[in-house]
Design a protein around this ligand. Structure first.
Ligand code: NAD
Length: 503
């Protein structure tokens, strides 16, 4: 939406409406920081109508292993917005992570974590740091699909999808556009994971072309994380997949010194959830000394999500002024810099007193300069021709000479499928392996059509699935223990599986 006078009028009309929000007071310091946050929202005229939901420790301990009551789901489905204080997950097995349940059940695909330094008021080596990490939230190794396949080998499936990549990458560029950010950096490891991380990177390059006004670049995640830790001021928005995002968002928050100050958003197509990044701090619960800034910053993100960016700026600026005035909670109190150590509610009252003021040293909040509105277009699937060209059969075998299993499999009379190679932990060991390669009990044996010839990207002939079934049956008859199979495909004639190292 453009910032025209007409649009401003529409926004202002929206401001006068009350917005229903499902509010979870959480555990530990949760209720204290939630009360402070809601008080500030109310004083700033955010027009939020909180509707309390029960989640967390009490619900877990009542025998509900998911930690969320049925009535809470109803409220969430009705309101589509959640402001959540941290919860305590009880120790012991059998309790499911509530955050993972909420993310997956509600399709919260984007985790957005702005990380800002507030030097000198919060100690950091990186004054001026202002980075937003946008992490894919549903896919990758977090799908939780793990199997033990042999006595010595376990696996975890890394699932990356085209719609998942498109949604998160587009969200990152839309975010940059909505909040006046200048650059988006993609971080993956596609030099090693050419298909999974390669898809993420390719989608990034395609979508970047649609946002010519925003600079884009890519870095391999390992060197990218190191550079972020050394020179965070070189980064603006970072988009990455689930596991990498989990790690670098903690690195970023730590070096900014703002673990206790940062909020985060979990955004879905229909529902969004906002929370502080810290936990329920049971060690200081009930002492009225907790810092409400993380949850308050999450609430500011919620206001932006609602298009109430002017109120968001008003609250953020009042909070910055309070930091500048030196009213600090115990966790960020510094003898030489702070003026007074304040309680949770005193801090909230100071922020309320400062509503309408702008900071003089820290950069003032400019959330309303963008349009604040992000829309993600629907994924449009482009049909591609999928052709079966072979199969990887994984066999549990206790021998240690690849030539023995290789020769045995090569001499199988198996309906015109032949052994092309064997790898162990991804390294080719047959034919022509190296004696030094360490082999486990987990052998990946690649079978292709007997007449397959390499021809550019199209490397194998099409195979009828009946032949694969016949091959498996034959292997079973011959006493090989097949522990899993993976079909080899081409899409539109392009190889869609990795080659063995050394193949
Ligand atoms: P934590 O973030 O709760 O506490 C770490 C340290 O930081 C503690 O010393 C604590 O006193 C301090 N701290 C945290 N937030 C603070 C604040 N707002 N003001 C002042 N000091 C603050 O991490 P933890 O101790 O590892 O976890 C405690 C509980 O929180 C655990 O049950 C954990 O599972 C849960 N947790 C919940 C969430 C969530 O709900 N999103 C996130 C992380 C941890």
């Amino acid at each position: 939406m453009e910032n025209t006078l007409e649009n401003k009028k529409v926004q202002n009309t929206n401001l006068s409406k009350l917005t229903d929000v499902a509010v979870a007071y959480g555990d530990g310091i949760g209720p204290e920081i939630m009360e402070a946050t809601l008080k500030i929202l109310d004083a700033a005229g955010a027009n939020i109508k909180p509707e309390r939901i029960e989640i967390g420790e009490k619900v877990y301990l009542s025998g509900n292993s998911a930690g969320i009551q049925e009535s809470a789901w109803e409220t969430i489905n009705k309101n589509k917005l959640i402001l959540k204080a941290p919860i305590t997950t009880p120790q012991g097995k059998g309790y499911k992570s509530l955050n993972v349940t909420l993310r997956k059940s509600l399709g919260l695909f984007a985790n957005v974590r702005p990380v800002t330094a507030y030097a000198p008021y919060v100690e950091t080596n990186f004054a001026g740091m202002d980075v937003v990490i946008i992490r894919e939230n549903e896919e990758d190794l977090y799908a939780g699909i793990e199997h033990q396949q042999t006595q010595d080998v376990v696996q975890c499936l890394k699932l990356i999808t085209r719609p998942g990549c498109e949604k998160i990458v587009r969200y990152a560029f839309e975010y940059a556009r909505a909040y006046g950010r200048k650059k988006v950096t993609c971080m993956v490891k596609d030099n090693i994971m050419k298909l999974t991380d390669g898809m993420f990177h390719n989608v990034f390059k395609e979508i970047a072309l649609e946002y010519p006004e925003i600079e884009s670049n890519s870095q391999i995640i390992d060197i990218g994380s190191a550079r972020l830790a050394a020179n965070p001021n070189n980064y603006d928005v970072i988009v990455t997949s689930n596991l990498y995002g989990d790690i670098i968002s903690d690195i970023a928050a730590e070096i900014a010194g703002s673990v206790g100050m940062a909020g985060s958003a979990n955004i879905g197509t229909n529902v969004a959830m906002f929370e502080a990044i810290h936990g329920s701090a049971p060690d200081i619960a009930g002492q009225k000394i907790a810092n409400p800034s993380g949850l308050l910053n999450a609430a500011v993100m919620m206001l932006c999500h609602l298009g109430k960016t002017e109120i968001a700026d008003k609250i953020k600026n009042a909070w910055l002024v309070t930091l500048e005035q030196g009213y600090h909670t115990a966790d960020v109190y510094q003898k030489n810099i702070s003026k007074s150590k304040v309680s949770t509610s005193e801090f909230a009252d100071k922020i309320i007193d400062n509503l309408g003021k702008t900071p003089t040293e820290l950069p003032s909040s400019k959330l309303s300069e963008g349009n604040g509105k992000i829309t993600i277009p629907k994924y449009v699937r482009k049909e591609e021709k999928q052709t079966l060209v072979g199969v990887d059969v994984f066999i549990n075998w206790l021998g240690n000479d690849p030539k023995i299993i290789g020769d045995a499999l090569s001499s199988l009379d198996s309906f015109k499928m032949e052994l092309k190679m064997i790898t162990n932990r991804g390294v080719k060991v047959y034919p022509q392996g190296l004696a030094e390669t360490y082999c486990t009990d987990h052998w990946r044996c690649r079978f292709v059509d007997i007449d397959s010839k390499i021809n550019g990207e199209k490397i194998y002939n099409a195979v009828d699935f009946e032949k694969v079934i016949a091959l498996l049956s034959k292997l079973n008859q011959e006493g090989f223990q097949v522990i899993k199979t993976e079909n080899l495909y081409e899409f539109d004639g392009k190889r869609a599986f990795s080659l063995g190292q050394g193949e």
